[in-house]
Design a protein around this ligand. Structure first.
Ligand code: ZN
Length: 484
C-alpha cells in the first residue's frame, strides 16, 4: 500500500508515487525516462526516447475524434533536489519519503518534485484510461528543465503533429500562463592593470539584503548588493585617497546579490582625520540608500573596517575608472513593463556576479525579455558600453521567449472551460521567467499554448507541498480540455 493510495484521483496519485520512488534530479532522469517508455510499451502506445532521455508517447485519436487537432501534453521529468541538513536521502539513488498532511502531499526533509512530477502523473493517467474521449495525444516529457532546459532544446519535434500545447509546469491554480520571458546570460571581462603598493588595508561590505530571483522578484524594488557597494565605493574613492584591490559579490547571475565585499588600500600615512572622513563618506552614502531601501531591505547595512598595513596590488587608475563606469552606469533592474499584461515586467537585467580575478574583473548579468527584439537590443547596448570601457563580453545560455499571442483560440477555450467548470474566470498571466513553452514556440510553427497546474507552495525548497484537492480539480479540468 502506497502512502498516497487513498487519495483521489487514484491513478494520478499512483503514477505520482511511482515517480517519487525513483531518483530523478536534473541530469539523473534515466530511471524515470525508462519507466515512461515501459509504461507506453505496456499500453501498446507508440514511444520515442532520445539521447537526452526525453520521451514522446503518442496515443492516436479515439473513434469520432480523428479529424480534431492533436493535443500535446507536456511537462518535465526532472526535479530540483534540495534537502534539510539532517536528511539522509541520497538523491542519486533514493526515492522520496512521501507524507500526507491535511490537504497537502509533501516529502520528509526534501523537495517533493510536484514540479513537475504531477504533469507526468496526469499525462500517464490520461494515456492509461481508454474511457476518455480524446484527439491524437502527444505526450512530451523533457529532461534537465531546471538546469537550463537542455532536454527541450534537444527535442526533435518532427514526430509531433500538434500545434496546441497544454504545458503543466505552473503552480498556481486559477492562473493560466500565456507567455514567458526569454533570456540569456552576459559575461563581461575587463582587463585589469595593477600596481604594487604599501598602505592600510580596509574592507568595505554591503550585506543584509533580501536578494531573490532575478526574474520573479526583479519588480520588488530590492537592493542589489553589487550595485550598492559600487556606489559607496565611487563616493569613497572620489572623496578620499583609497584604491581598490578587489570587489566580489553574488553567486549566480539569476539571483539578486545579497552581499558584496571590496578590499581597499588607504595611504600608509593615513591620518586620524582622513580615516574619520572615509567613515563619514560611507555613512552619508549609506544613509541615502537606507532611506530608499528601508521598505524592501530592512536589514541592509554598509561597513568600512580598517585593518593593518600591508603590501597589495591595487587597480591601476585606468582600470579603476573603467570598472566603476561599468559597475555604476550600465542599466540594472526593470527596463520596461508590458503594455498587454498588467504588472508584467517585459524587459529587465540583473547584475548577479562581480568577481575580481588576477588580471580581469568579471561581471555577469542575466538579461530577460518577453520580446526577443528587446532582449537583443539590450544586449547590444551593454556590448557598446563594454567596448567603450575596453572590455570584452560573451553571451551564453540564450533561451527564446514565448511571446504573448493576442489571438489564441486554445487559450479562449481553456478560459471558457474553466469558467464552466468552476464558475469563476481564471486569471491569464505571463511570467518574467523562462518556461519550456518558449523553446517549443521556437520549434513548432504557430504554437498555441497555455501553461497551468495544480496549487503548489514553496517549490524548489524543502517546504514544497502539493495541494490534494487542487490536483483533483485540475484533473477534471484537464479531462474537459482533452474532451473538447
Ligand atoms: Zn517546473
Amino acid at each position: 500500500m502506497g502512502v498516497l493510495s487513498d487519495l483521489e484521483p487514484k491513478s494520478v496519485w499512483k503514477y505520482f508515487e511511482d515517480i517519487c520512488g525513483m531518483p530523478h534530479g536534473s541530469g539523473n532522469e534515466k530511471a524515470v525516462s525508462d519507466y515512461c517508455v515501459a509504461f507506453a510499451k505496456e499500453h501498446g502506445l507508440e514511444v520515442y526516447q532520445d539521447e537526452a532521455w526525453n520521451v514522446v508517447i503518442v496515443k492516436e485519436a479515439c473513434a469520432g475524434y480523428e479529424d480534431r487537432e492533436p493535443l500535446i501534453l507536456q511537462g518535465h521529468l526532472d526535479m530540483v533536489c534540495e534537502k534539510k541538513p539532517n536528511c539522509s536521502i541520497d538523491f542519486e539513488k533514493d526515492g522520496l519519503k512521501l507524507q500526507v498532511t491535511g490537504d497537502y502531499v509533501c516529502a520528509e526533509g526534501t523537495t517533493l518534485g510536484g514540479d513537475d512530477g504531477i504533469a507526468v502523473a496526469y499525462t500517464l493517467a490520461v494515456l492509461a484510461d481508454d474511457s476518455i474521449a480524446h484527439p491524437r495525444l502527444e505526450a512530451v516529457f523533457t529532461t534537465r528543465e531546471e538546469v537550463g532546459m537542455d532536454g527541450a532544446s534537444a527535442l526533435d519535434v518532427s514526430i509531433l503533429k500538434g500545434h496546441t500545447v497544454l504545458n503543466m509546469d505552473s503552480e498556481e491554480e486559477g492562473v493560466l500562463l500565456a507567455g514567458c520571458a526569454g533570456g540569456c546570460s552576459v559575461e563581461i571581462s575587463l582587463p585589469l592593470g595593477r600596481r604594487k603598493k604599501n598602505g592600510i588595508h580596509a574592507v568595505l561590505t554591503a550585506d543584509g539584503l533580501l536578494g531573490g530571483h532575478s526574474g520573479a522578484e526583479i519588480d520588488k524594488g530590492r537592493g542589489n548588493a553589487d550595485r550598492l557597494l559600487a556606489s559607496v565605493l565611487s563616493d569613497l574613492c572620489r572623496e578620499t585617497d583609497c584604491e581598490l584591490i578587489s570587489i566580489d559579490g553574488g553567486q549566480k547571475d539569476n539571483a539578486i546579490p545579497r552581499e558584496c565585499r571590496a578590499e581597499l588600500l588607504f595611504p600608509e600615512d593615513l591620518s586620524k582625520e582622513a580615516r574619520q572622513k572615509a567613515e563619514e563618506v560611507c555613512r552619508a552614502s549609506y544613509e541615502v540608500m537606507k532611506k530608499k531601501y528601508d521598505a524592501t531591505d530592512a536589514g541592509f547595512s554598509v561597513r568600512l573596517q580598517f585593518g593593518n598595513p600591508k603590501e597589495a596590488e591595487v587597480f591601476s587608475q585606468d582600470s579603476f575608472e573603467h570598472a566603476m563606469a561599468l559597475l555604476t552606469s550600465l542599466p540594472n533592474g526593470i527596463i520596461c513593463m508590458s503594455e498587454d499584461i498588467d504588472g508584467l515586467v517585459q524587459t529587465s537585467l540583473n547584475l548577479g556576479i562581480v568577481r575580481t580575478e588576477n588580471t580581469s574583473l568579471i561581471l555577469r548579468y542575466s538579461v530577460r525579455s518577453s520580446v526577443s527584439s528587446e532582449k537583443e537590443a539590450l544586449v547590444e547596448q551593454i556590448r557598446q558600453s563594454v567596448y567603450q570601457e575596453g572590455g570584452s563580453m560573451s553571451v551564453n545560455g540564450d533561451y527564446p521567449a514565448w511571446e504573448y499571442r493576442k489571438d489564441s483560440p486554445f487559450r479562449d477555450d481553456c478560459v471558457r472551460i474553466y469558467q464552466e467548470l468552476f464558475g469563476t474566470e481564471p486569471k491569464v498571466e505571463a511570467i518574467h521567467a523562462g518556461l519550456e513553452c518558449g523553446i517549443l514556440a521556437s520549434k513548432i510553427a504557430d504554437l498555441d499554448c497555455i501553461s497551468m497546474g495544480p496549487q503548489m507552495h514553496d517549490i524548489h525548497t524543502t517546504e514544497e507541498r502539493l495541494c490534494i484537492s487542487s490536483v483533483e480539480r485540475m484533473w477534471r479540468y484537464i479531462l474537459e480540455i482533452i474532451k473538447r
